[in-house]
Design a protein around this ligand. Structure first.
Ligand SMILES: Cc1cc2nc3c(=O)[nH]c(=O)nc-3n(C[C@H](O)[C@H](O)[C@H](O)COP(=O)(O)O)c2cc1C
Length: 175
């Protein structure tokens, strides 16, 4: 598990190599096991694997052209309807966190299968909505690219644990 967690990193250079459906299914399946507020499981995923639409997703991600080179792009959607009923004003906050937990499951499962990925949030949601016929009341939370890296990037920056964790009170780094 430690190796998988440490092996997860953003990949923006993909080989022209398809992910097999059985592996993709494994990755998609992992979202179902993420924790969610009220157990509402408000995630939905649209799988985009045709070049024409991948190119459009790249364009709508403010010309992040590398997006179209991935084997597939997952469009992670957030169906807030039930969450709104249960959590009212906190729905946006909770439902986004639920989807983020699901995304992290998929990224870790992908890494464990030797598949590289990237998480993208810089995009024009309305253009993606219209391209993929995503209903008005469904939020688009992220795009996830999946594929095989030409070259795996080294982690650029990992914060030291002492700068992240405090003991017993804010700011105390002494164990
Ligand atoms: C919510 C979120 C949104 C992100 N959006 C983008 C993006 O639009 N484009 C991009 O190139 N990377 C994006 N990233 C990837 C981060 O830039 C990347 O995770 C960070 O630089 C650390 O690099 P690493 O993942 O290789 O450790 C996003 C990551 C997260 C979690």
């Amino acid at each position: 598990m430690k190796k998988i967690i440490q092996g997860l990193g953003t990949t923006k250079n993909y080989l022209d190599k398809k992910i097999k459906w059985d592996k993709l299914t494994e990755i998609l399946d992992s979202i179902r096991y993420a924790p969610s507020s009220g157990d509402l499981q408000n995630w939905k995923v649209v799988v985009v694997d045709d070049l024409e639409n991948k190119k459009k997703l790249a364009k709508f991600s403010y010309d992040q052209t590398w997006v179209s080179k991935a084997s597939v792009v997952l469009v992670v959607c957030n169906d807030q309807s039930e969450v709104k009923r249960m959590f009212k004003g906190k729905a946006d906050f909770y439902s986004t966190q639920n989807c983020a937990a699901g995304i992290q499951n998929m990224l870790l499962r992908a890494t464990s299968l030797g598949i590289d990925s990237a998480w993208i949030r810089t995009f024009n949601a309305e253009r993606i909505r219209s391209l993929l016929s995503i209903p008005e009341d469904i939020k688009i939370d992220a795009l996830i690219t999946l594929g095989y890296a030409k070259k795996r990037e080294e982690k650029v920056r990992v914060n030291e644990l002492k700068n992240v964790v405090y003991f017993r009170e804010w700011g105390n780094s002494e164990l």
